[in-house]
Write a protein that binds this ligand. Structure first.
Ligand SMILES: NC(=O)c1ccc[n+]([C@@H]2O[C@H](COP(=O)([O-])OP(=O)(O)OC[C@H]3O[C@@H](n4cnc5c(N)ncnc54)[C@H](OP(=O)(O)O)[C@@H]3O)[C@@H](O)[C@H]2O)c1
Length: 295
């Protein structure tokens, strides 16, 4: 595997390209759609452009980092150039392998991955699933790429929607809950509200376990470590993390809207606040998973 193409240079494609280009021993190509927009310095370490087909022809691995609504038109555009030696990895939420396969045909190897913004600090929690119809069962390239960026876990595709919430969306959910303390991340995460953080992490771990992830604690710890790095070393505010993760009109934004902070803070004063918080988060996360299932 020598060349990786990342189609999409947005909130996740950009840091993905930037981080991989400093760690991967090969070439990284990046494309975006809007020719009026540049690549914000990515040109220093990646080969950048606007012509998907030209780069697909030379790529061994193609990572699709476009929005779910943009996926089908990109797949249609590149499908004629996807030979059986190429690996196609979609990180688009909720778009199933069956749909991707129906557009690209029987030969290309398909994987889905769900990383998160922690990848900037090699702290992503990435869930992966592979198409059982792949003719070549060597999945090393997809696993290898995302191992560079943090922890990986291979799961059945039926769990990918839940995986999307516990990986992709989770930094924003944590950022919203931790931000309720009203302190900047560095203060909050280093010495403020430690009890609140611990309770929230424990509740999220329980919910992750209840959704079938037997390593729920490791998953939540990894997402937390990623958020910690982004907001301390990376200097981002909780609001900036939320902005990077929550696409307008997407599932994460819908879940965040459902977390009523007034109710959350009021519940924090009750004796049984832990139980109330858990029920609220179960409700929000359950609705998020159900919403992805219908998209
Ligand atoms: N954000 C996250 O934390 C996160 C985490 C895990 C997975 N994901 C998934 O990753 C995908 C991208 O999310 P995002 O937040 O990065 O969205 P985004 O910020 O809107 O970025 C989308 C990117 O796709 C590019 N694009 C659109 N059509 C294209 C085309 N025909 N050819 C080449 N590039 C094209 C856009 O280019 P222009 O701007 O030039 O139009 C833009 O750079 C989504 O499917 C999402 O489910 C996101």
């Amino acid at each position: 595997m020598k060349n990786i193409l990342i189609i999409g240079a947005g909130d996740i494609g950009y840091p993905l390209a930037l981080t991989l280009s400093s760690l991967f021993d090969g070439s990284i190509y990046v494309t975006r759609n809007d020719k009026s927009k540049g690549f914000n310095g990515l040109e220093k370490t990646c080969t950048c452009g606007y012509d998907n087909v030209k780069f697909v022809k030379n790529a061994d691995v193609i990572i699709l980092a476009v929005r779910p609504a943009q996926l089908e038109s990109v797949l249609t555009e590149i499908a004629p150039y996807l030979t059986e030696d190429k690996v196609l990895i979609s990180i688009a939420a909720c778009k199933k392998t069956e749909l991707i396969r129906s557009i690209v045909g029987p030969n290309v190897q398909i994987a889905r991955a769900m990383p998160n913004v922690g990848l900037s600090f090699q702290k992503s929690m990435t869930f992966l699933c592979f198409d059982s119809k792949n003719t070549n069962t060597n999945f090393n390239s997809a696993s290898m790429i995302f191992s560079i960026l943090g922890e990986i876990e291979i799961i059945p595709e039926e769990m990918m929607n839940a995986g999307t919430i516990f990986s992709g969306s989770m930094p924003a959910i944590m950022a919203k809950l931790f931000g309720s303390c009203g302190k900047p991340p560095r203060v909050y995460l280093n010495n403020g509200c430690l009890e609140t953080i611990t309770v929230i992490r424990n509740i999220l771990t329980e919910i992750t376990l209840e959704n079938g992830f037997s390593n729920g604690e490791e998953i939540i710890n990894q997402v937390y470590d990623g958020l910690y790095q982004i907001t301390t070393t990376g200097g981002k505010s909780f609001e900036e993390v939320i902005h990077d993760v929550a696409t307008p009109g997407g599932c994460t934004q819908a879940m965040l809207t459902k977390i009523d902070m007034d109710e959350w803070l009021r519940a924090g004063l009750a004796d049984n606040y832990r139980k109330i918080w858990k029920e609220m988060l179960q409700d929000v996360i359950g609705a998020g998973i159900a919403r992805l299932g219908k998209m």
